[in-house]
Each structure stands twice: as structure tokens, then as C-alpha cells.
Design a protein around this ligand. Structure first.
Ligand code: NAD
Ligand code: UDP
Ligand code: UDP
Length: 362
């Protein structure tokens, strides 16, 4: 787009150039899934001071417990729909529930978070001369009529549906980012994130990978406890049938596709984008595309071959296909994902087992 080709305007003097040599970084939504992994990575650099602002709607202090009390780290309970007055050099603006069940829970609040929250962070960026990165989403492409999706596609989004608070909210957030850039010379970065998974996702998050892994592991608990009680080889298959616990809930038709990116790859991509010269929007995601039935089969094979797959009703406006074109990320940021789904799922399984208190068999 022409805007993306415009060279960035001269940046105001950075806050840290006046006061200190450290880079002071704000992460809104830093107590959430992606945010907390981003905190871990940024804290590895001793020149970074990290401030997290989060209202704990879907995030938790637990995700950040290893940093609480660290001299270069600060955690603030703050809702981004309220103004925030602090001094920082960079803002990673992630605050927004990402799982459909949570963003639909209070859709008006979701729109406020996307619109007023992003406006406030842009106002802050303008006042202190900070560079700001927005975590937008592949949902801006809606139920895409173009496949796979590159950044030039304008999307096919229902403006009045139950997902609109999220996808139209993010579209306005992108609009605000570009208008602050053109009108006020703010340094902006926009990432369009595709489905991301990994350790620390909420167990009851409701997104497909966390659901399937929790369901596969819980399936094992019921199965083994019942088997121990029956303790009889004749009843073995009966026990499997009756007591294998939860099924993997594939929402119909199961042929819809998603492309899943492991969280360490995502965090690396976000940092590359922030540190690079390109405003974006840039897709960040893993182009490996799977149907939900294929995902269920893979989870079954890797985690619990006994678990059953059940077809359940879907929700409205579910996008039928989604796969990123990542040529821009590759050429402009030198980024590509490294972790394949089959390698990432077991890493997530380990974390879920610890939190669910279910040991691996044998
Ligand atoms: P998450 O729900 O785990 O994290 C969101 C964080 O934002 C939580 O800690 C939550 O408490 C906080 N938050 C929500 N509303 C807030 C508010 N009004 N004020 C302050 N904090 C608030 O989700 P995530 O998966 O880590 O997603 C992070 C970002 O990435 C979101 O902006 C999301 O839209 C975007 N994204 C994620 C995915 C994905 O697959 N995970 C895909 C596309 C885009
Ligand atoms: N804002 C903020 N922190 C700041 C500066 C601004 O939260 O350090 C908020 C401010 O409350 C306002 C929004 O950001 O609602 C947009 O600010 P801007 O200065 O761009 O617009 P104005 O205040 O003129 O409406
Ligand atoms: N899905 C599913 N079973 C679940 C949860 C989700 O089959 O238990 C499907 C859902 O219908 C969608 C896909 O998985 O087609 C991805 O859904 P998710 O909520 O993870 O993310 P998003 O729709 O935002 O991409």
C-alpha cells in the first residue's frame, strides 16, 4: 500500500535518550498468553525495562510470577480503556481478549478495548514519542474470499455479527494506527497474527488447540481411574468405551481450516517487526494449514489414541479457511516460523499435564 511505502517521519527524541540508557517497554495485555511469553523474551535483554499493564480479564499474575519483584520489571493493574500516563520508548499493544468465548462475553467492552484502548495507547505514544506495535489479527480478513490471505486483501467481514466486536474492532484499531501515523507522525507497527498456540493458554480458553489438548488429557484421567477400580482385563474394552472421558469437540463441518503458529515463533516475529523499519501490516503466522478434523486426528495420535472425536454444533460466522501468505514477513523481517505443529503440540501437552495434574503414562 502507498502508506506502507512512505518513509517513517522523523521520530521525536526517545524518552530513554534523556534519562537513561535502558529501553523502557510497555506491554499492554502482558499478563495474557502471548504477552507473557513476550515479557520473558524482552526481559532476557538486560538493557530492557518492562512494564505490563493488564486488567486480568483473561490474563493472570501467575503467567508473570517469575518476574514479580525483579528490578527491571513492573506490573500495573490497568484497563486500557482508561488513560495511562507513563514514560516509555516502545509500546507492544496486545490488550484484548483473543478467544471467541471471551470476546463475545461482553462485546461492547471488547469494542471499547479495541477502539478506546488503542486510541489511549496512541495518545500515550504521541505524548512521549514512543513507537507502538498493535497485535491485529487474521480476523480482519473475515471469512476470506481470497485464499491464502496476503496483506493487500481487504477482507470479507460481517459488520453486525457476533464476532464483529473483535474483527471490526481490530479493523478500527488498524485505522487509528495509520491515522496517528499520517496525522501525527507516530511510529507504528501492525502485526496481523494468525492462530497461535502454546504453553500458558488458559485451559478453559475455548480455542481449538487448548480445547483438544485438555480434552485428550482429561480423557486419560477418567480412563485410568476407572480402569484401576475395575482392575479386570475382561472389562478393559468396556472401560474404554464408557469411561474414556471427554471427546475432542470438532465443530461442524470439521473441514474448516486454520494455520497454527507456535508461540515462540510468534514472539520472535513481533520483536523483529518492532525493531525493523516497516509499518506493516505484516502477517505473522505459520502457513501449515489443517482442517479441524486433521487437528483432532493429530492430537488423538500424539496424546491419547483412545479418545473419541465428536462432531458438535458450530457458532455463527466461523471462517471456513485461513492461511497466511508470509512473503512480507520473510522478505522484510527475515522471519519465518520454525516449529511444526507436530513438534509444538507435545510442548503444550507437557504444560497442560502439569497444570491439570495428570502425569504422562509409563
Ligand atoms: P489473551 O486473552 O491471553 O491475552 C489478552 C490480555 O489482555 C489478557 O492478559 C487480558 O487480561 C488483557 N486485557 C483484555 N482486555 C483488557 C483491557 N481492557 N485492559 C487491559 N488489559 C486487557 O490473548 P492472547 O492470545 O495472548 O492475545 C494477545 C493479542 O494477540 C490480542 O490482541 C489478540 O487479539 C491478538 N491475537 C491473538 C491470536 C491468537 O491466536 N492467540 C490471534 C490473533 C490475534
Ligand atoms: N492519552 C493517554 N496517555 C497519554 C496521552 C494521552 O492515555 O499519555 C489518552 C488521552 O486520554 C486521550 C487519548 O489518549 O483520550 C488520545 O490522545 P490525543 O492526545 O491523541 O487526543 P486528545 O487528548 O486531543 O483527544
Ligand atoms: N473449534 C472446534 N472445536 C473447539 C473449538 C473450536 O472445532 O472445541 C473450531 C472452530 O469452529 C474454528 C476453529 O476451531 O473453526 C478455530 O477456532 P478458535 O476459536 O480456536 O479460533 P478462531 O475461530 O478465532 O480462529
Amino acid at each position: 500500500s502507498p502508506a506502507a511505502r512512505t518513509p517513517p517521519p522523523p521520530s521525536p527524541l526517545r524518552f530513554s535518550k534523556f534519562f537513561q540508557s535502558n529501553m523502557r517497554i510497555l506491554i499492554t495485555g502482558g499478563a495474557g498468553f502471548i504477552g507473557s511469553h513476550l515479557v520473558d523474551k524482552l526481559m532476557e535483554n538486560e538493557k530492557n525495562e518492562v512494564i505490563v499493564a493488564d486488567n486480568y480479564f483473561t490474563g493472570s499474575k501467575d503467567n508473570l510470577k517469575k518476574w514479580i519483584g525483579h528490578p527491571r520489571f513492573e506490573l500495573v493493574r490497568h484497563d486500557v480503556t482508561e488513560p495511562l500516563l507513563i514514560e516509555v520508548d516502545q509500546i507492544y499493544h496486545l490488550a484484548c481478549p483473543a478467544s471467541p468465548i471471551f470476546y463475545k462475553y461482553n462485546p461492547v467492552k471488547t469494542t471499547k478495548t479495541n477502539v478506546i484502548g488503542t486510541l489511549n495507547m496512541l495518545g500515550l505514544a504521541k505524548r512521549v514519542g514512543a513507537r507502538i506495535l498493535l497485535t491485529s489479527t487474521s480476523e480482519v480478513y473475515g471469512d476470506p474470499l481470497v485464499h491464502p490471505q496476503d496483506e493487500s486483501y481487504w477482507g470479507n467481514v460481517n459488520p453486525i455479527g457476533v464476532r464483529s466486536c473483535y474483527d471490526e474492532g481490530k479493523r478500527v484499531a488498524e485505522t487509528l494506527m495509520f491515522d496517528y501515523h499520517r496525522q501525527h507522525g507516530i511510529e507504528i507497527r501492525i502485526a496481523r497474527i494468525f492462530n497461535t498456540y502454546g504453553p500458558r493458554m488458559n485451559i478453559d480458553d475455548g480455542r481449538v488447540v487448548s480445547n483438544f489438548i485438555a480434552q485428550a488429557i482429561r480423557g486419560l484421567v477418567y480412563f485410568y481411574s476407572t480402569y484401576a477400580i475395575l482392575s479386570s482385563i475382561e472389562l478393559f474394552s468396556y472401560a474404554i468405551h464408557l469411561c474414556s472421558g471427554e471427546s475432542l469437540t470438532v465443530q461442524a463441518p470439521g473441514t474448516q481450516t486454520r494455520s497454527f503458529c507456535y508461540v515462540s515463533d510468534m514472539v520472535y516475529g513481533l520483536i523483529r517487526l518492532m525493531e525493523g523499519d516497516n509499518t506493516g501490516p505484516i502477517n505473522i503466522g505459520n502457513p501449515g494449514e489443517f482442517t479441524m478434523l486433521e487437528l483432532a486426528e493429530t492430537v488423538k495420535e500424539l496424546i491419547n489414541p483412545e479418545v473419541e472425536i465428536a462432531m458438535v454444533e458450530n457458532t455463527p460466522d466461523d471462517p471456513r479457511q485461513r492461511k497466511p501468505v508470509i512473503t512480507k514477513a520473510n522478505e522484510l523481517l527475515g522471519w519465518e516460523p520454525k516449529v511444526k505443529l507436530r513438534d509444538g503440540l507435545p510442548l503444550m501437552e507437557e504444560d497442560f499435564r502439569l497444570r491439570l495434574g495428570v502425569a504422562r503414562k509409563k
